[in-house]
Design a binder for this molecule. Structure first.
Ligand code: A3P
Ligand code: MG
Ligand code: MG
Ligand code: MG
Length: 396
Protein backbone atom coordinates (compact mmCIF):
# COMPACT_ATOMS: atom_id res chain seq x y z
CA UNK A 1 0.00 0.00 0.00
CA UNK A 2 1.51 3.36 -0.93
CA UNK A 3 2.16 5.63 2.03
CA UNK A 4 -0.21 8.61 1.95
CA UNK A 5 0.99 12.19 2.21
CA UNK A 6 4.38 11.29 0.80
CA UNK A 7 5.00 14.79 -0.61
CA UNK A 8 3.86 16.29 2.71
CA UNK A 9 6.29 14.01 4.52
CA UNK A 10 9.19 15.08 2.33
CA UNK A 11 8.36 18.76 2.76
CA UNK A 12 7.81 18.49 6.51
CA UNK A 13 11.04 16.57 7.06
CA UNK A 14 13.00 19.08 4.99
CA UNK A 15 11.41 22.03 6.80
CA UNK A 16 12.00 20.60 10.28
CA UNK A 17 15.60 19.65 9.43
CA UNK A 18 16.38 23.14 8.17
CA UNK A 19 14.78 24.72 11.23
CA UNK A 20 16.81 22.44 13.51
CA UNK A 21 20.00 23.46 11.70
CA UNK A 22 19.01 27.05 12.48
CA UNK A 23 18.22 26.51 16.16
CA UNK A 24 21.48 24.59 16.61
CA UNK A 25 23.40 27.49 15.09
CA UNK A 26 21.63 29.98 17.33
CA UNK A 27 22.39 27.88 20.40
CA UNK A 28 26.07 27.50 19.53
CA UNK A 29 26.53 31.15 18.63
CA UNK A 30 24.36 32.89 21.19
CA UNK A 31 23.63 30.63 24.14
CA UNK A 32 26.83 28.59 24.46
CA UNK A 33 28.89 31.51 23.10
CA UNK A 34 28.36 33.32 26.40
CA UNK A 35 27.11 36.46 24.76
CA UNK A 36 24.14 35.87 26.98
CA UNK A 37 23.52 37.63 30.25
CA UNK A 38 21.67 35.54 32.79
CA UNK A 39 17.94 35.67 32.26
CA UNK A 40 18.29 37.04 28.74
CA UNK A 41 15.63 35.35 26.65
CA UNK A 42 16.65 36.92 23.34
CA UNK A 43 18.35 33.89 21.73
CA UNK A 44 15.24 31.82 22.11
CA UNK A 45 13.15 34.67 20.77
CA UNK A 46 15.41 35.02 17.76
CA UNK A 47 15.41 31.26 17.18
CA UNK A 48 11.61 30.94 17.62
CA UNK A 49 10.85 33.62 15.06
CA UNK A 50 13.44 32.60 12.51
CA UNK A 51 12.57 28.89 12.73
CA UNK A 52 8.90 29.76 12.15
CA UNK A 53 9.93 31.97 9.21
CA UNK A 54 11.89 29.11 7.64
CA UNK A 55 9.21 26.46 8.06
CA UNK A 56 6.33 28.70 7.00
CA UNK A 57 8.25 29.87 3.93
CA UNK A 58 8.78 26.27 2.88
CA UNK A 59 5.19 25.22 3.64
CA UNK A 60 3.61 28.15 1.90
CA UNK A 61 5.61 27.52 -1.26
CA UNK A 62 5.01 23.78 -1.28
CA UNK A 63 1.34 24.02 -0.26
CA UNK A 64 0.16 27.58 -0.95
CA UNK A 65 -3.45 26.84 0.01
CA UNK A 66 -2.78 25.27 3.40
CA UNK A 67 -3.35 27.47 6.45
CA UNK A 68 -0.89 27.27 9.36
CA UNK A 69 -1.46 27.49 13.09
CA UNK A 70 1.92 28.57 14.40
CA UNK A 71 2.88 29.61 17.91
CA UNK A 72 4.59 32.90 16.99
CA UNK A 73 3.55 36.07 15.18
CA UNK A 74 5.56 38.99 13.88
CA UNK A 75 4.10 41.80 16.04
CA UNK A 76 7.27 42.08 18.17
CA UNK A 77 9.37 42.33 15.02
CA UNK A 78 7.37 45.16 13.53
CA UNK A 79 7.39 47.63 16.41
CA UNK A 80 9.05 50.95 15.54
CA UNK A 81 11.77 50.61 18.20
CA UNK A 82 15.53 50.07 18.04
CA UNK A 83 15.20 46.72 19.85
CA UNK A 84 12.56 45.47 17.50
CA UNK A 85 14.65 46.56 14.51
CA UNK A 86 17.67 44.69 15.84
CA UNK A 87 15.62 41.59 16.54
CA UNK A 88 14.09 41.78 13.07
CA UNK A 89 17.42 42.05 11.31
CA UNK A 90 18.84 39.08 13.22
CA UNK A 91 15.76 36.98 12.46
CA UNK A 92 15.88 37.87 8.76
CA UNK A 93 19.60 37.16 8.52
CA UNK A 94 19.31 33.78 10.26
CA UNK A 95 16.26 32.62 8.31
CA UNK A 96 17.70 33.70 4.96
CA UNK A 97 21.02 32.04 5.78
CA UNK A 98 19.18 28.73 6.07
CA UNK A 99 16.75 29.22 3.17
CA UNK A 100 19.47 30.30 0.72
CA UNK A 101 21.22 26.93 0.99
CA UNK A 102 20.66 25.00 -2.23
CA UNK A 103 18.11 22.19 -2.19
CA UNK A 104 19.61 18.88 -1.13
CA UNK A 105 19.09 15.98 -3.35
CA UNK A 106 19.71 12.37 -2.45
CA UNK A 107 18.48 9.57 -4.62
CA UNK A 108 15.47 8.10 -2.95
CA UNK A 109 14.98 4.42 -2.40
CA UNK A 110 12.08 2.53 -0.93
CA UNK A 111 12.45 -0.12 1.77
CA UNK A 112 10.42 -3.30 2.17
CA UNK A 113 7.61 -1.37 3.89
CA UNK A 114 7.58 0.99 0.91
CA UNK A 115 8.89 3.71 3.13
CA UNK A 116 11.06 6.33 1.56
CA UNK A 117 14.66 6.00 2.65
CA UNK A 118 17.59 8.20 1.88
CA UNK A 119 17.39 11.79 0.89
CA UNK A 120 15.10 14.53 1.84
CA UNK A 121 14.71 15.19 -1.86
CA UNK A 122 14.30 18.95 -1.48
CA UNK A 123 13.02 21.02 -4.38
CA UNK A 124 13.87 24.62 -5.30
CA UNK A 125 10.18 25.47 -5.70
CA UNK A 126 9.74 25.05 -1.94
CA UNK A 127 11.30 28.50 -1.58
CA UNK A 128 14.83 27.12 -1.24
CA UNK A 129 18.10 28.38 -2.69
CA UNK A 130 17.34 32.08 -2.37
CA UNK A 131 17.03 34.87 0.16
CA UNK A 132 13.61 36.34 0.88
CA UNK A 133 14.23 39.54 2.82
CA UNK A 134 12.37 41.13 5.72
CA UNK A 135 8.90 41.74 4.29
CA UNK A 136 8.46 38.23 2.87
CA UNK A 137 9.80 36.58 6.01
CA UNK A 138 7.61 38.59 8.38
CA UNK A 139 4.66 37.72 6.17
CA UNK A 140 5.69 34.07 6.33
CA UNK A 141 5.76 34.20 10.13
CA UNK A 142 2.23 35.61 10.11
CA UNK A 143 0.98 32.79 7.89
CA UNK A 144 0.90 31.08 11.29
CA UNK A 145 -2.04 33.19 12.45
CA UNK A 146 -4.75 30.76 11.38
CA UNK A 147 -7.42 30.22 13.99
CA UNK A 148 -7.79 26.48 13.36
CA UNK A 149 -11.08 24.62 13.51
CA UNK A 150 -12.93 21.43 12.80
CA UNK A 151 -12.83 21.34 9.01
CA UNK A 152 -10.20 21.33 6.32
CA UNK A 153 -6.54 20.77 5.94
CA UNK A 154 -4.10 22.77 8.07
CA UNK A 155 -0.61 22.61 9.58
CA UNK A 156 0.31 23.33 13.16
CA UNK A 157 3.79 24.44 14.10
CA UNK A 158 5.82 24.92 17.25
CA UNK A 159 9.13 26.31 15.96
CA UNK A 160 10.82 25.65 19.31
CA UNK A 161 8.92 23.57 21.81
CA UNK A 162 10.61 23.59 25.19
CA UNK A 163 12.08 27.08 25.04
CA UNK A 164 13.31 26.60 28.62
CA UNK A 165 15.06 23.40 27.61
CA UNK A 166 16.63 25.15 24.64
CA UNK A 167 18.18 27.77 26.91
CA UNK A 168 19.36 25.11 29.36
CA UNK A 169 21.09 23.19 26.57
CA UNK A 170 18.59 20.43 27.34
CA UNK A 171 15.82 18.90 25.32
CA UNK A 172 13.74 20.92 22.92
CA UNK A 173 11.93 20.04 19.71
CA UNK A 174 10.86 21.53 16.41
CA UNK A 175 7.33 20.25 15.93
CA UNK A 176 5.12 20.16 12.85
CA UNK A 177 1.86 18.35 12.17
CA UNK A 178 -0.69 18.15 9.38
CA UNK A 179 -4.34 18.08 10.42
CA UNK A 180 -7.22 17.10 8.16
CA UNK A 181 -10.69 17.68 9.56
CA UNK A 182 -9.27 17.96 13.08
CA UNK A 183 -7.42 14.66 12.85
CA UNK A 184 -3.62 14.56 12.94
CA UNK A 185 -2.52 12.74 9.79
CA UNK A 186 1.21 13.46 9.84
CA UNK A 187 3.57 14.48 12.60
CA UNK A 188 7.26 15.36 12.44
CA UNK A 189 9.36 16.12 15.51
CA UNK A 190 13.01 17.16 15.30
CA UNK A 191 15.02 16.70 18.50
CA UNK A 192 18.51 18.17 18.04
CA UNK A 193 19.69 17.16 21.52
CA UNK A 194 18.15 13.72 21.76
CA UNK A 195 20.52 10.79 21.15
CA UNK A 196 19.54 8.61 18.20
CA UNK A 197 20.20 5.54 20.24
CA UNK A 198 18.45 5.20 23.57
CA UNK A 199 20.65 5.58 26.62
CA UNK A 200 23.55 6.88 24.62
CA UNK A 201 25.05 10.04 26.01
CA UNK A 202 25.14 11.99 22.77
CA UNK A 203 28.25 12.95 20.85
CA UNK A 204 27.90 12.11 17.17
CA UNK A 205 24.79 10.23 18.02
CA UNK A 206 22.86 13.39 18.90
CA UNK A 207 19.96 14.56 16.76
CA UNK A 208 16.92 12.42 16.07
CA UNK A 209 13.90 13.04 13.89
CA UNK A 210 10.56 11.30 14.41
CA UNK A 211 7.84 10.91 11.87
CA UNK A 212 4.39 9.40 12.18
CA UNK A 213 1.82 8.91 9.43
CA UNK A 214 -1.67 7.84 10.42
CA UNK A 215 -2.12 4.17 9.71
CA UNK A 216 1.50 3.76 8.64
CA UNK A 217 3.45 3.66 11.85
CA UNK A 218 6.06 5.72 13.63
CA UNK A 219 9.64 6.01 12.50
CA UNK A 220 12.90 7.55 13.55
CA UNK A 221 15.68 8.81 11.32
CA UNK A 222 18.83 10.82 11.89
CA UNK A 223 18.23 14.53 12.10
CA UNK A 224 21.11 15.31 9.72
CA UNK A 225 20.19 14.52 6.16
CA UNK A 226 22.33 11.98 4.36
CA UNK A 227 21.96 9.46 1.58
CA UNK A 228 21.99 6.70 4.16
CA UNK A 229 19.40 8.05 6.54
CA UNK A 230 17.27 4.97 6.75
CA UNK A 231 14.07 5.19 8.72
CA UNK A 232 13.66 2.69 11.52
CA UNK A 233 10.31 1.70 12.89
CA UNK A 234 9.49 2.68 16.48
CA UNK A 235 7.20 0.51 18.59
CA UNK A 236 6.50 1.21 22.23
CA UNK A 237 7.95 -1.54 24.37
CA UNK A 238 5.77 -3.45 26.84
CA UNK A 239 6.91 -2.51 30.30
CA UNK A 240 5.63 -3.88 33.56
CA UNK A 241 4.28 -1.22 35.91
CA UNK A 242 7.07 -1.59 38.43
CA UNK A 243 9.69 -1.27 35.68
CA UNK A 244 8.54 1.99 34.28
CA UNK A 245 8.97 5.65 35.07
CA UNK A 246 6.78 8.64 34.46
CA UNK A 247 7.93 11.16 31.91
CA UNK A 248 7.09 14.69 32.95
CA UNK A 249 7.93 18.38 32.46
CA UNK A 250 10.95 19.97 34.05
CA UNK A 251 8.91 23.11 34.67
CA UNK A 252 6.74 22.91 37.78
CA UNK A 253 4.49 25.58 36.33
CA UNK A 254 3.58 23.35 33.37
CA UNK A 255 2.39 20.23 35.18
CA UNK A 256 1.34 19.12 38.68
CA UNK A 257 4.45 17.07 39.47
CA UNK A 258 3.35 16.38 43.05
CA UNK A 259 0.14 14.79 41.79
CA UNK A 260 2.18 12.72 39.33
CA UNK A 261 4.18 11.32 42.27
CA UNK A 262 1.01 10.30 44.06
CA UNK A 263 -0.39 8.65 40.94
CA UNK A 264 2.91 6.78 40.45
CA UNK A 265 2.90 5.57 44.06
CA UNK A 266 -0.69 4.44 43.81
CA UNK A 267 -0.11 2.14 40.85
CA UNK A 268 3.23 0.85 42.10
CA UNK A 269 5.60 2.68 39.77
CA UNK A 270 8.98 2.60 41.48
CA UNK A 271 11.23 4.36 39.01
CA UNK A 272 12.06 8.01 39.66
CA UNK A 273 10.33 10.35 37.20
CA UNK A 274 12.21 11.27 34.07
CA UNK A 275 12.00 15.03 33.56
CA UNK A 276 12.48 16.49 30.17
CA UNK A 277 11.36 19.61 28.34
CA UNK A 278 9.26 19.58 25.17
CA UNK A 279 7.72 16.94 22.93
CA UNK A 280 11.02 15.08 23.16
CA UNK A 281 9.03 13.39 25.97
CA UNK A 282 6.80 11.77 23.35
CA UNK A 283 9.88 10.57 21.51
CA UNK A 284 11.37 9.16 24.70
CA UNK A 285 8.03 7.56 25.51
CA UNK A 286 7.68 5.69 22.24
CA UNK A 287 11.25 4.38 22.50
CA UNK A 288 10.85 3.43 26.16
CA UNK A 289 13.87 5.57 27.09
CA UNK A 290 14.93 5.25 30.72
CA UNK A 291 11.94 3.05 31.49
CA UNK A 292 9.65 5.92 30.52
CA UNK A 293 6.33 4.20 29.99
CA UNK A 294 3.88 6.98 30.82
CA UNK A 295 3.79 10.66 29.87
CA UNK A 296 1.69 12.46 32.43
CA UNK A 297 0.80 16.14 32.30
CA UNK A 298 -1.81 17.29 34.79
CA UNK A 299 -2.86 20.92 35.14
CA UNK A 300 -1.40 22.66 38.17
CA UNK A 301 -3.61 24.08 40.90
CA UNK A 302 -5.58 27.27 40.84
CA UNK A 303 -7.22 29.36 38.21
CA UNK A 304 -10.74 28.11 38.69
CA UNK A 305 -12.32 26.28 35.80
CA UNK A 306 -9.71 24.02 34.23
CA UNK A 307 -7.12 24.81 36.87
CA UNK A 308 -3.67 25.91 35.79
CA UNK A 309 -4.43 29.60 36.06
CA UNK A 310 -6.93 29.07 33.28
CA UNK A 311 -4.14 27.81 31.00
CA UNK A 312 -5.31 25.90 27.96
CA UNK A 313 -2.98 23.46 26.24
CA UNK A 314 -1.99 24.52 22.73
CA UNK A 315 -2.54 22.18 19.79
CA UNK A 316 1.06 22.61 18.56
CA UNK A 317 2.35 21.30 21.88
CA UNK A 318 0.68 17.91 21.35
CA UNK A 319 -0.44 17.33 17.74
CA UNK A 320 2.64 15.57 16.33
CA UNK A 321 3.44 13.85 19.65
CA UNK A 322 -0.07 12.43 19.90
CA UNK A 323 0.16 10.76 16.50
CA UNK A 324 3.64 9.47 17.31
CA UNK A 325 2.21 7.75 20.38
CA UNK A 326 -0.77 6.27 18.55
CA UNK A 327 1.32 5.01 15.66
CA UNK A 328 3.89 3.47 18.00
CA UNK A 329 1.14 1.43 19.66
CA UNK A 330 0.14 3.69 22.51
CA UNK A 331 -2.95 5.54 23.65
CA UNK A 332 -3.29 9.25 24.37
CA UNK A 333 -6.13 11.09 26.06
CA UNK A 334 -6.81 13.77 28.59
CA UNK A 335 -6.72 12.83 32.25
CA UNK A 336 -10.38 11.77 32.17
CA UNK A 337 -9.69 9.38 29.33
CA UNK A 338 -11.27 11.57 26.66
CA UNK A 339 -9.58 11.96 23.29
CA UNK A 340 -7.66 15.19 22.66
CA UNK A 341 -9.74 17.43 20.39
CA UNK A 342 -7.65 19.23 17.78
CA UNK A 343 -10.72 20.81 16.18
CA UNK A 344 -11.45 23.49 18.78
CA UNK A 345 -9.08 26.11 17.39
CA UNK A 346 -5.59 26.98 18.60
CA UNK A 347 -6.07 25.28 21.97
CA UNK A 348 -7.29 21.94 23.26
CA UNK A 349 -9.96 23.77 25.26
CA UNK A 350 -10.66 22.62 28.78
CA UNK A 351 -9.11 19.24 28.29
CA UNK A 352 -7.48 18.76 31.72
CA UNK A 353 -4.07 17.49 30.93
CA UNK A 354 -2.59 14.76 28.83
CA UNK A 355 -1.90 11.08 29.55
CA UNK A 356 -0.03 8.87 27.11
CA UNK A 357 0.99 5.25 27.60
CA UNK A 358 0.47 1.73 26.32
CA UNK A 359 -3.16 0.68 26.43
CA UNK A 360 -3.12 -1.51 29.56
CA UNK A 361 -1.07 0.96 31.54
CA UNK A 362 -3.07 3.91 30.24
CA UNK A 363 -6.33 2.61 31.72
CA UNK A 364 -4.68 2.06 35.11
CA UNK A 365 -3.16 5.52 35.10
CA UNK A 366 -6.50 7.16 34.33
CA UNK A 367 -8.11 5.25 37.17
CA UNK A 368 -5.32 6.16 39.57
CA UNK A 369 -5.55 9.85 38.61
CA UNK A 370 -9.24 9.92 39.42
CA UNK A 371 -8.60 8.22 42.76
CA UNK A 372 -5.76 10.56 43.70
CA UNK A 373 -7.81 13.59 42.74
CA UNK A 374 -10.75 12.37 44.78
CA UNK A 375 -8.38 11.98 47.73
CA UNK A 376 -6.95 15.44 47.21
CA UNK A 377 -10.43 16.80 47.07
CA UNK A 378 -11.26 15.09 50.37
CA UNK A 379 -8.14 16.50 52.02
CA UNK A 380 -8.93 19.95 50.73
CA UNK A 381 -12.39 19.78 52.24
CA UNK A 382 -11.07 18.36 55.51
CA UNK A 383 -8.35 20.92 56.02
CA UNK A 384 -10.21 23.83 54.59
CA UNK A 385 -7.01 25.54 53.50
CA UNK A 386 -5.23 22.99 51.34
CA UNK A 387 -4.64 23.84 47.71
CA UNK A 388 -6.99 22.10 45.34
CA UNK A 389 -5.39 20.41 42.42
CA UNK A 390 -8.56 20.55 40.38
CA UNK A 391 -12.01 22.02 40.71
CA UNK A 392 -14.87 19.78 41.93
CA UNK A 393 -16.56 19.37 38.61
CA UNK A 394 -13.50 17.61 37.19
CA UNK A 395 -14.46 14.54 39.15
CA UNK A 396 -17.98 14.27 37.83
N1 A3P B 1 0.92 26.88 32.67
C1 A3P B 1 1.20 26.02 31.72
N2 A3P B 1 0.72 24.74 31.77
C2 A3P B 1 1.00 23.86 30.82
N3 A3P B 1 1.79 24.13 29.74
C3 A3P B 1 2.29 25.36 29.63
C4 A3P B 1 2.04 26.37 30.61
N4 A3P B 1 2.69 27.49 30.23
C5 A3P B 1 3.31 27.20 29.07
N5 A3P B 1 3.09 25.92 28.71
C6 A3P B 1 3.52 25.21 27.50
O1 A3P B 1 4.45 24.20 27.88
C7 A3P B 1 5.29 24.02 26.76
C8 A3P B 1 6.53 23.29 27.17
O2 A3P B 1 6.15 22.05 27.69
P1 A3P B 1 7.12 21.17 28.60
O3 A3P B 1 6.95 21.63 30.00
O4 A3P B 1 6.56 19.82 28.35
O5 A3P B 1 8.49 21.37 28.07
C9 A3P B 1 5.52 25.41 26.27
O6 A3P B 1 5.88 25.35 24.93
P2 A3P B 1 6.99 26.41 24.35
O7 A3P B 1 8.27 26.11 25.01
O8 A3P B 1 6.94 26.08 22.90
O9 A3P B 1 6.48 27.78 24.63
C10 A3P B 1 4.19 26.10 26.49
O10 A3P B 1 3.38 26.14 25.34
MG1 MG C 1 5.55 24.44 22.83
MG1 MG D 1 7.44 27.14 21.23
MG1 MG E 1 6.12 29.56 23.93
Amino acid sequence: MPVPFSLEQQVAIAAVRRACALTTTVFNKLVAGETLVKGDKSPVTVADFSAQAVINTILSHAFPDDPIIGEEDSADLRAPTKESELLRSRVVELADEILVQPPLFFPRGVDEDEVVVGGSGERPEWGLGRRWGAEALLKAIDRGNYAGGRLGRMWTLDPIDGTKGFLRGGQYAVCLALLVDARVELGVIGCPNLPQITNDSGGDNKGALFIAVRGHGARQLPLSPSALSTQVRVNMPHLALHDLSFLESVEKAHAALDTNARVAARIGVRGAPVRMDSQAKYAALVRGDGGGGVYLRLPVAGGGKGGNGGYQEKIWDHAPGSLLVEEAGGVISDSRGRPLDFGLGRTLGENFGVVAARKEVHAQVIEAIQAVLAETEGEAEGEGTAVRTVPNFWLR
